[in-house]
Design a protein around this ligand. Structure first.
Ligand code: BEZ
Ligand code: FE
Length: 285
């Protein structure tokens, strides 16, 4: 059959419905249908489509094992967070999930209770304490979980030249009774990487390109659904305009100012510090 404007969508959908895996057939047919509907809806011009292809090419060229412009694209479109919500429908008692982001690295150094992952990097000391539990509140003994964050200038190590070792990240182990204690420095809110195609596009809008101050967590315990989440500092700027749509009310915690004295891990501390308390409740699998 010859192609015309009226039949091309059905022809392309039928062709892609021949994918050998039923799920791939479903995904590709729906993608073709929605892409064609988009082009028809906005009456896409050839110049606009070529500009989009050049933009995608630049995003791909910029991406490598340290920089992922296509994940960032998905994040700022709200697509990453939509996929998180579709796939992590936890019970109301469980800690909600949010975006992974591009700065997680496997293989962080192991850290016992109270370990200081700031390793002398300047900033206000921050202790985060609490329990890792099931959704019913029962402690999960010895849970091991990844923690990572930006520094007091809002930078991750991959954004700082000449740094190759792990910085402001660690794999903590909770104690037998589920309690954990993280020692770090207070993170700062930051701008997402703006020196690539995502930045070029965002600058042509009124979108705020900042994230509120947060610490990332990844907890993957047998018998429970993997939890990828953040804790956000209460009162932080950008909580209601997070450029990647990652904030949730249940993840906002107070960083309480404390005078020098005895720190939450029982050690002496000679300077004022911040203390946040949060219990992570994991959804059973
Ligand atoms: C992050 O929080 O590390 C992040 C998430 C999405 C885009 C950029 C950064
Ligand atoms: Fe982050």
């Amino acid at each position: 059959m010859f192609v015309n404007e009226d039949n091309i969508t059905d022809l392309a959908v039928q062709r892609w419905a021949t994918a050998h895996s039923p799920r791939l057939a479903e995904l590709m047919s729906a993608l073709v249908r929605h892409l064609h509907a988009f082009a028809r809806d906005v009456e896409l011009t050839e110049d606009e489509w070529m500009a989009a292809i050049e933009w995608l090419t630049a995003a791909g060229r910029l991406s490598d094992d340290k920089r992922q412009e296509l994940i960032l694209t998905s994040d700022v479109l709200g697509l990453s967070m939509l996929v998180v919500q579709l796939n992590n429908k936890f019970s109301p008692q469980a800690t909600p999930a949010t975006v992974l982001g591009p700065f997680h690295i496997d293989g962080s150094p192991a850290a016992p209770y109270g370990f200081d992952m700031s390793d002398g990097i300047p900033g206000t000391p921050l202790f985060i304490t609490g329990k890792v539990t099931g959704a019913g509140g029962d402690p999960i003994p010895n849970a091991v979980f990844d923690v990572w964050q930006a520094d007091a200038d809002g930078a991750y190590e991959s954004q700082i030249p000449d740094i190759d070792e792990a910085r402001l990240r660690a794999k903590y182990r909770a104690r037998e009774d589920g309690t954990y204690c993280i020692r770090t420095i207070a993170p700062r809110g930051y701008a997402i990487p703006m020196d690539g195609p995502v930045g070029d596009l965002i600058r042509r809008t009124d979108i705020s390109y900042f994230r509120p101050a947060h610490v990332h967590f990844l907890i993957d315990e047998p018998g429970h659904q993997k939890l990828i989440t953040h804790l956000f500092q209460e009162g932080s700027e950008y909580l209601d305009s997070d450029v990647v749509f990652g904030t949730k009310h249940a993840l906002v915690v107070r960083f309480v100012e404390q005078p020098p004295g005895i720190a939450p891990d029982g050690s002496a501390i000679a300077e004022p510090y911040l203390h946040a308390e949060y219990d992570f409740a994991l959804e059973p699998s």
